[in-house]
Design a protein around this ligand. Sequence first.
Ligand code: HEM
Length: 559
Amino acid sequence: MFRWLQPLLREWIPASTVATSLTSYLILHKHEPVDFFAVSSLILLPPSVIAWISHAVQSQSSPSLTSIFASYLSLLLGYTIIYRVSPFHPLARYPGPFLARVSKLFMVIVVTKGHAHQYYHRLHGKYGDIVRTGPNELSYCNKDGVVPIHTIPKGPFYARGSNRGISIVFVRDIALHAKQRRAWDKGFNGGALKDYEQLFIKRTQELLENLESRAALGQIVDMSQWMKYFSFDFMGDMVFTHSFDTMKEGDTSGIIKGVGGSLHVLGIVSHLPWATRWLDEFADFIGLGLASINIANVIVDRRIKSGSTSRDLMFHINNEDGKGVIQRTKRQLVAEGLTAMVAGSDTTAIVLSNLWYYLLIHPVYYKRLQQEVDATFLRGEDPTDQDRLAGMEFLNACINETLRLAPPLPSGSQRGVPPTADGKLVGSHLIPGGNNIYLNCYSIHRDSRYFSPEPNRFWPDRWLSQKDRRAMDDSSRPFDPNTPIIHDLGAYLPFSYGTRTCVGKTLAQMELRVVAASVVQKFDMEVADGYDTKQWDRDLQDFYVFKAGPLPVHLIKRQ
Ligand code: HEM
């Protein structure tokens, strides 16, 4: 059949493979679709049609299906790579590792190992303030980027599939975010914080009782695990009036494991926005329902049915006072509730764990903190009074220094200059439309232009006034007032900056102060025998939010 067409076909197949792959490349390049059907049509349809025509003509010399696909896909890949590494790419002038220019897959490999924060930090050390970390992505480390970067909308990292509710963290549209944020702001105003305060004070008491019983038995306590138990239990109370009771029963509901697992996957997959989107779209279909979403679904269901028995966060977000601006579907409530759980528990837990680690390797600061607590609160008095806690300079210095050295979101939050925009000026760099940028929090916090001397060292005194400042690791000596100090708060952003700044900042600070002061008031703390404290940094992994390993300690109840 169609024998007369066969000679023509010999010429036509390679030509059409080149032409269709080039056309598909240009469409993919210009529109960057992430929709599964659009992308798979562009990738699979043209070679399928060519193969079908070739098969219909049935020439002996017709190339096989495999070779048509292989040529088509190689060409598509070839155009992409050539353009990305070429001097015509809008980010061509920015330095960075060669493989990062070629594909974001390179960063996925780096991220998977968990030490992206250290890798980015080394890149800034080698290439300077601005580094190309992906074909269309830059990492920035200069405080002149703080304001401009945080006025750019969130990037494709935050794109979600259509079958998930979109929680506040993932809303990319600026106007929609402002609307959604109003309900959240209501849930974190002075009155609401007062409501939550009693909840975390109660959970702190429970934490202390648990630590005390283990201390009495001489057991080793994993402080990292207990900080998670505490923060998840409190968040369950605060967000949904739901008791996870992990301090009593362990993680029987699977919420801690589920949230940790989701963050791990998100931290890796979200470097390929199309993959995140597809995972979302097909997760339920292929039976990959994320455990944390399933748990949140059940809790929100129960919470909606029971109505509000107290003014928890759902009360505000679900407009149960009738004063709200937007009505939410159950899917959205699940997304918002889960976001609150993730944003509020893993973050505070990691800050507290890091605080214990720094105080353990600098026992002199642990003692100083104890002295300050003892001087502020009477013997037997619980350190829960927020006014006095806010005035404790050394306590706040220790917390701030922990947040400086180990910000829970170390690599920053991706911002994407809209493809239609002319570009955005960041410092002296014009970032062209369609490209993404991160302000690297971990690196900027350790930059000697902003924090000096010794920016990599835990030295709470840098936060104190000159008269109170003591020498590094020797609190018996005053710090030499002639040594120049740089302490630039314009480069300090553990809670982010601008309209997307952390809505839970005040709550987190209150919680951190109460737990830190309560534990040091009650216990002396020592590293457990056999634990090498160098392991802590090795275990600390950056999956969007820091994830810590165990921190085994001995607690000794103070008399
Ligand atoms: C020490 C603890 C905390 C730190 C360091 C922290 C840090 C941050 C950072 C850096 C962001 C920006 C994220 C981004 O741009 O993608 C953020 C946003 C957010 N945080 Fe926190 N956070 C903490 C505790 C909390 C708590 C206790 C809550 C309460 C539920 C909370 C709720 C949120 C929410 C809802 C957002 C999204 C805000 C928005 O997009 O408008 N955070 N946080």
